[in-house]
Design a protein around this ligand. Structure first.
Ligand code: M6R
Length: 615
């Protein structure tokens, strides 16, 4: 995790680096630091806390001029979040300065070796070991920075995106990546470095995303040189035109990114199916699926790998794919899949779902599946991300940047992509009747309108939030397509409000969780008219008989659950298979309001980071 930013050019680096770090805070926010070079001096400021704390400290500590700068926002792995463990780290001579996103796994033996050679360490970090290793290589072999970085990196295991500056050669920054993302923005007479392109979109729309195992020497007034770390071979960098714009990464009048992203769902779902769904013509066109149709049609099994919210979208997809296409589906936590020697056959299709496209466990699961000969399809949001490049083919979700740590629009757009894939395959296999196929297409086309209508539950969600903001526990129940929504609702509540919440299939309640029910326990039941309505009504009665408090998400006009529940939230009607796109909306809003009322940091909840690039 962690975010890195760098600048080398003719402008003042400090404001660019600080603004960039703020945009990357979703990647980690327990400490931050900056290094500036003004032509004579290295100036360093770092602190535990957020980028605003760094700004306050830097203003008193250093003069912030200089046209070369690097900065870091941290999610601690090695060493607690404190000033000393914050990046940048400086080598023993004081010449080399580094920022690092990732983990150097063999840092301990390297550190022992360096200590034997007289190096002194001030922090508990693996990064300080790396910068001193580079220094040792540089001194011993009398190498320029780029070569020293390369030799050092060939001695380490782990993951990294790094930027290194050398006072002895101050018109250059050397960057490298393996397993952690790194984008380089190319301007006129200036370069930008960052974990993603958001820190530099207002300056340039040309970017190079380094591939794993590549490094680059970025020099003032010189073309950038990219080479392979392993064998030094030169690489012709592919310059990509960025699609992001500034508006997308700003709050646009909302109090939090999460709320903005919840409200963006009608428009981003439309973006997701635009050009792919042609309801009137009865066509779904997704190039990734079209180009690999035979692979999908011959699949004996689909295995979905993902983490967190993306895993919940995968669970929804399991129900959809099995019902629509009759292909057996398994959904796996990527973190478990990668370590349990799973059985994967050449006729398996693996679908990897990831908003960020950088999740380390999902990436490792993809590599494993590829090694075993499976065809791997990615469903990612971030264009150019590691996962979208590592997979054989895929579909982007087009949700735009998701900055709030709690995933919202990523979930609904992932489901949209997965529904379209299932419908396309069902058409090819003939496993859905023509009437059903056309009905789903028509319904999907008007889903954004229904999501908009579901957003009107905001006031109700706020009212209920005010009543339950101090609860200590919460149970979420759903059946069928809405079981994963129950899991997702519970995850949203716990991650941003720190209230303990559990999601369960409603019928499983009687096998254990029912023991938790008493007059203090709010139970959120997802009970739309379509699906297993009668069964869920029985579950509601079981809860009522034990004095539980029912908050029910029901279809507009429902009377039966209204008579039983303590609070109801009404949503528009849709078919069972598409209902997760609607039922999830009031649950997102409920969690959001509870977290705000509890004074929690909604966009940056404690201990979390947006993209989890460590195992
Ligand atoms: O970027 P990814 O979709 O691969 O991320 C997976 C999870 O880390 C992510 O969904 C996480 O659970 C979110 N905080 C949930 O809101």
């Amino acid at each position: 995790m962690c975010g890195i930013v760098g600048y080398i050019g003719y402008r003042e680096a400090y404001p660019i680096v600080i603004k960039g770090l703020k945009r990357l805070e979703y990647r980690g926010y327990d400490s931050a630091g900056v290094m500036l070079y003004d032509g004579d001096n290295i100036k360093l400021s770092k602190t535990k806390g957020k980028v605003v704390d760094l700004e306050a400290k830097a203003a008193n500590e250093i003069s912030t001029n200089g046209t070369i700068g690097i900065g870091h926002t941290r999610w601690a792995t090695h060493g607690v979040p404190n000033d000393v463990n914050s990046h940048p780290h400086v080598s023993n001579s004081g010449d080399l300065v580094i920022i690092h996103n990732g983990i150097i796994e063999n840092y301990a033996p390297l550190k022992i070796e360096l200590i034997k050679r007289g190096y002194v360490f001030h922090s508990d970090t693996d990064t300080e070991v790396l910068v001193n290793l580079i220094e040792e290589v540089q001194k011993k072999e009398n190498l320029k920075l780029g070569k020293a970085v390369q030799v050092a990196l060939n001695q380490v295991f782990g993951a990294y995106a790094i930027a290194v500056f050398d006072r002895k050669n101050p018109d250059e920054i050397v960057v490298a990546r393996l397993g952690s993302p790194l984008a380089i923005g190319i301007g006129e007479g200036e370069y930008f470095i960052a974990s993603d392109a958001s820190p530099f979109i207002e300056y340039t729309s040309n970017a190079v995303y380094l591939e794993d195992g590549e490094m680059a020497n970025i020099r003032l007034h010189k073309p950038m040189k990219v080479r392979k770390i392993k064998d030094d071979s030169l690489v012709d960098p592919y310059i990509q035109e960025l699609q992001m714009n500034l508006e997308q990464i700003e709050k646009g009048g909302y109090d939090h990114f999460m709320l903005k992203e919840i409200y963006e769902q009608p428009s981003v779902i439309t973006d997701t199916y635009r050009g792919r769904l042609h309801a009137n013509e009865g066509i779904i066109q997704m190039s990734g699926v079209e180009d690999n149709l035979e692979k999908f049609l011959n699949a004996e099994r689909i295995i979905i790998v993902a983490c967190g919210t993306s895993w919940h979208a995968g669970l929804v997809a399991e129900y959809i794919f099995e019902e629509f296409t009759r292909i057996p589906v398994e959904v796996e936590y990527a973190s478990e899949f990668r370590y349990r020697n799973p059985i994967i056959n050449r006729k398996d299709v693996v679908i990897a779902i990831s908003q960020s496209g950088e999740t380390a466990d999902t990436m490792a699961a993809i590599k494993l599946a590829k090694e075993k000969g499976a065809f791997v399809y990615g469903v990612c949001n971030v264009v150019g991300s590691s996962i979208s490049r590592e997979t054989h083919a895929g579909s982007h979700t087009h949700a735009g940047p998701e900055i709030g740590v709690a995933s919202t629009k990523a979930f609904t757009t992932q489901i949209t992509v997965l529904i379209m894939m299932a419908l396309r395959l069902a058409k090819a296999k003939g496993t859905l009747s023509k009437t059903d196929f056309h009905r789903y297409l028509q319904e999907l086309e008007i889903i954004p309108e229904k999501v908009k209508e579901a957003l009107e539950t905001d006031a109700k969600a706020k009212e209920i939030a005010a009543i339950f903001k101090n609860t200590q526990n919460c149970l979420y129940l759903g059946r069928g397509y809405n079981f994963p929504v129950a899991l997702e609702g519970a995850l949203k509540l716990k991650e941003i409000s720190y209230i303990h919440a559990e999601g369960y299939p409603a019928a499983e309640m009687k096998h254990g969780p029912i023991a938790l029910i008493d007059e203090h326990m709010p139970v959120i039941v997802i009970a739309p008219k379509q699906g297993h309505y009668d069964k869920i009504v029985s579950n509601i009665q079981e809860i009522k008989s034990r004095s539980g408090i029912i908050i029910a998400v029901v279809t507009k006009g429902d009377t039966q659950v209204r008579g039983l529940a303590d609070y109801i939230i009404e949503i528009p009607e849709t078919s069972d298979a598409l209902s997760p796109l609607i039922t999830t909306i009031p649950l997102q809003l409920l969690s959001y309001h509870i977290a705000v009322m509890r004074g929690c940091n909604v966009d940056q909840p404690r201990n979390l980071a947006k993209s989890v690039t460590v195992e």
